[in-house]
Design a protein around this ligand. Structure first.
Ligand code: KG4
Ligand code: ZN
Length: 341
């Protein structure tokens, strides 16, 4: 079936058209088009996302992206299903997408399904072209690590459609920590890619705390790490590029260290066959590399989305919509409740 999807939960306006087939046992996805209009330049002067500006930009960008798809020859009349992110996210931003989707559904008489943004991230690894070769039976049970600007979650996935939250951050999300440390180092928003770049030129010489690393549970805490960096910079102001790079590298080592250790522990404790990484922070090469290495060492498969599907996009929303649609309403609601929505 052909699915058209819309994502406006934060600061990216995104539309996608995908073809989905194979059912729940062997879902296959082909991304026909995925367009993203980034609002980074609009929010950058404020050092973070301003919800009302995000709303204004989504309202402006949605018809532009829709038109872009039409010009490329995509005809919504041929869609079998429309999908839109319904949460979690910034309320004013979410509503622009939901209203736009509702109007399209009414005008073109198409079924519309609301999708969890988190489910979108979790399933984004299925969009990889080489995924078609893998049978899902070999992947599950799996542990999913979802790391974004708003969430840091460890989920146990019994199958493609059943999961349970095992742990989450008790304060800041890890992406939020990257963004806050970047601000402390006078690096622009969004901080994740900037810190990663700085860290590549630095050395992890400073030993920052790795909060909750040895706790028996699967929860995280990143605000203490942020405070430790704040105090370090107060006592040792970063005067040179090297100073900044070393702080960035040391912070990243601490954050990645905790994420890897806890995810591997969750995988071993639950006898998982795979680890599935997703969310904007999954774009981080150090995290991907270290988690992949640790998974291999422990004989666990490792899956992560293709580069372009780590940060917010609408293709992942279409993939989640396809699976949610197959699961039926009751299951869909139960899954969303599991994610605390
Ligand atoms: O998934 P996403 O696009 O939006 C949310 O759902 O939050 O994630 C955005 C987050 C931001 O905090 C951003 O700094 C972080 O992902 N991020 C990164 C990298 N690229 C994006 N963090 C670390 N390293 C990166 N390369
Ligand atoms: Zn996201």
């Amino acid at each position: 079936m052909t699915i058209w999807s819309i994502e406006t939960s934060c600061d990216e306006t995104a539309l996608a058209v995908i073809k989905a087939s194979g059912g729940l046992s062997r879902p296959k996805f082909r991304v026909l088009e995925s367009v993203v209009s980034s609002q980074v330049p609009v929010h950058r002067p404020f050092g973070g996302v301003v919800p009302n500006l995000a709303k204004r930009e989504h309202l402006k960008n949605l018809p532009v992206l829709f038109e872009k798809l039409s010009v490329k020859g995509f005809d919504i009349k041929k869609a079998d299903l429309l999908a839109v992110t319904v949460g979690p996210g910034l309320e004013p931003a979410l509503w622009t997408g939901v209203n736009f989707a509702k109007e399209l559904a009414k005008k073109y008489k198409k079924p519309l399904i609301g999708v969890s943004h988190l489910e979108g991230h979790i399933y984004s690894f299925l969009l990889s072209k080489n995924m078609e070769r893998n049978k899902l039976a070999g992947i599950f049970p799996a542990i999913a690590l979802l790391v974004s600007g708003g969430h840091t979650l460890i989920l146990k996935m019994k199958s493609i459609k059943e999961w349970k939250k095992m742990g989450e951050t008790r304060d800041d999300a890890v992406g939020e920590a990257y963004d806050k440390i970047a601000r402390l180092l006078d690096l622009p928003y969004p901080g994740g890619p900037e810190i990663e770049k700085a860290a590549r030129s630095g050395k992890p010489l400073i030993v920052f705390p790795r909060p909750m690393i040895d706790h028996k549970n699967y929860d995280f805490s990143f605000s203490g790490l942020k405070t430790a960096v704040l105090y370090y910079l107060r006592d040792h102001p970063a005067k040179t590029a090297d100073d900044k790079n070393n702080v960035a590298a040391s912070f990243q080592e601490a954050a990645v260290g905790v994420l890897v250790k806890k995810t591997i522990k969750a995988a071993l404790d639950t006898k998982a066959k795979s680890i599935i990484l997703s969310g904007g922070v999954a774009a981080n090469k150090r995290l991907r590399g270290e988690l992949k290495k640790a998974a291999k060492k422990n004989k666990v498969n490792f899956f992560a989305p293709e580069a372009k599907f780590n940060t917010d996009n609408a293709a992942m929303i279409a993939a989640a919509a396809y699976l949610a649609n197959l699961r039926g309403k009751k299951r869909r609601m139960a899954a969303q409740a599991n994610l605390g929505m």
